[in-house]
Ligand binder design. Structure first.
Ligand code: HEC
Length: 140
């Protein structure tokens, strides 16, 4: 039953659209405008927006492998801030990349609250830099 309902609504919308187009007067223009409006509200996720960027591809793979995903999500705060919030707070400059790389390697607390990010001394600095560049890419 649940499958049939939206389908039949679609058929009704389509047939009224076809009817409106056949009309060819001012009324038909109004009808097709209302029919198109919802399509513009479809939101593209940040992952979709940047998925083809090499910085995204390299950095997201390394962040996944390093386990950052246990505490960070792209658009939602979990234990740590969302990457999108971090990207909003810091400009993508070499100084900020270096500073945030230090925070990930040494651990940090106080910039986002009272929960501490643990240190990651086992990670290569160049790899963490790739992850940070990916995080700072994720501007809304
Ligand atoms: C155990 C949970 C946890 C893990 C794992 C973790 N983080 Fe965090 N992260 C946090 C918390 C909590 C904060 C907020 C720290 C603060 O308030 O300064 C944070 C903050 C950050 C910040 C912002 C730092 C700042 O100074 O504003 C970045 C960037 C970041 N994390 C990246 C990473 C990356 C990259 C990894 C993987 C190598 C990672 N995190 C792994 C919990 C975590």
């Amino acid at each position: 039953m649940k499958l049939i309902k939206p389908f039949s609504i679609g058929v009704i919308a389509l047939s009224s659209l076809a009817y409106a187009c056949g009309g060819g007067n001012t009324e038909s223009t109004e009808t097709s405008n209302t029919a198109q409006a919802p399509a513009k509200e479809v939101k593209v996720s940040l992952e979709d927006k940047y998925k083809d960027d090499p910085v995204f591809i390299t950095g997201s793979a390394k962040a996944k492998e390093a386990g950052c995903t246990a505490c960070h999500m792209v658009e939602r705060k979990v234990v740590g801030p969302s990457y999108a919030d971090v990207a909003e707070k810091y400009e993508n400059t070499p100084e900020n990349v270096a500073m945030l790389t230090d925070h990930v390697i040494n651990g940090n607390v106080g910039n986002w609250g009272e929960i501490q990010m643990p240190s990651h001394p086992q990670l290569e600095r160049a790899d963490v830099e790739d992850m940070i560049k990916y995080v700072l890419l994720l501007k809304r």
